[in-house]
Design a protein around this ligand. Structure first.
Ligand code: MD3
Ligand code: FE
Length: 210
């Protein structure tokens, strides 16, 4: 079985080294693989270091998973909720992420972490950088499932005008290089019903953490 549908990768105008690959996997197949992860390490709302509760529910698969609590943000090999290792990254998802990266010029991407975010209607993610990984030469690959979302990218200082990107179920975004440390976020989700996920959006981000 092959998950990745060969597609064209469009450069995102105004954002260097960022690519949008539309409709490049079957959302039902990726949702089913995600469910296997969620059955073992359920979605939960983590606390931020400042004591807020994150709007998106999260879980992880892979050798390490991203966690947030009063002590800070970091990657951990053990799920703090279950006390055991995070579920294995499904090999089909690993190769989907690797092929998408390859298509955008990032060879040999070998993600060891996949952060899975789930958004309910009205929920989003405020502007932030992804900088808890050790090697910023490695890209990040994002898969969108379910309800559509408007994503924004703001540049390296988090100031100036933001570029909107509309993401649909089945879309992939790959970024690295000059845009790797750009500020970005997700606008609050509009309500709706998706045939695969129901009334939510799920995003998987594949990272090389270690
Ligand atoms: C562009 N997730 O988990 S993924 C995250 O849709 C996160 O759930 C969002 O941001 C989501 O950290 C967006 C797409 C994305 C991620 C990181 C980027 C785009 C980016 C970093 C720099 C520039
Ligand atoms: Fe991010």
């Amino acid at each position: 079985m092959q998950l990745f549908k060969p597609v064209s990768s469009e450069p995102v105008s105004g954002v260097p080294d960022m690519f949008h690959l539309r409709n490049c996997f079957d959302p039902q197949q990726v949702f089913d693989l995600t469910q296997l992860v969620v059955d073992r390490s359920p979605f939960r709302h983590m606390q931020t270091p400042r004591g807020y509760t994150m709007a998106a529910a999260i879980t992880n698969c892979g050798v390490v998973g991203w966690v947030s609590d009063r002590r800070g943000y970091r990657y951990e090999p053990i799920d703090p909720e279950t006390g055991t290792a995070w579920p294995e990254m499904p090999p089909l998802l690993f190769s989907l992420a690797q092929m998408a990266a390859q298509r955008c010029g990032f060879d040999d991407f070998a993600p060891d972490a996949c952060l899975i975010n789930r958004y309910a209607p009205g929920k989003g993610m405020s502007a932030h950088q992804d900088r808890d990984e050790n090697d910023f030469t490695q890209p990040i690959v994002s898969l969108s499932l379910g309800l559509p979302a408007r994503f924004f990218v703001q540049g390296s200082d988090g100031k100036g005008r933001s570029t909107p990107i509309d993401l649909a179920s089945g879309d992939v975004v790959v970024w690295g290089g000059a845009s790797r440390l750009f500020y970005h976020g997700v606008r609050p989700l509009k309500p709706g019903i998706d045939p695969v996920t129901g009334s939510c959006r799920i995003n998987l981000t594949f990272r090389k953490a270690g």
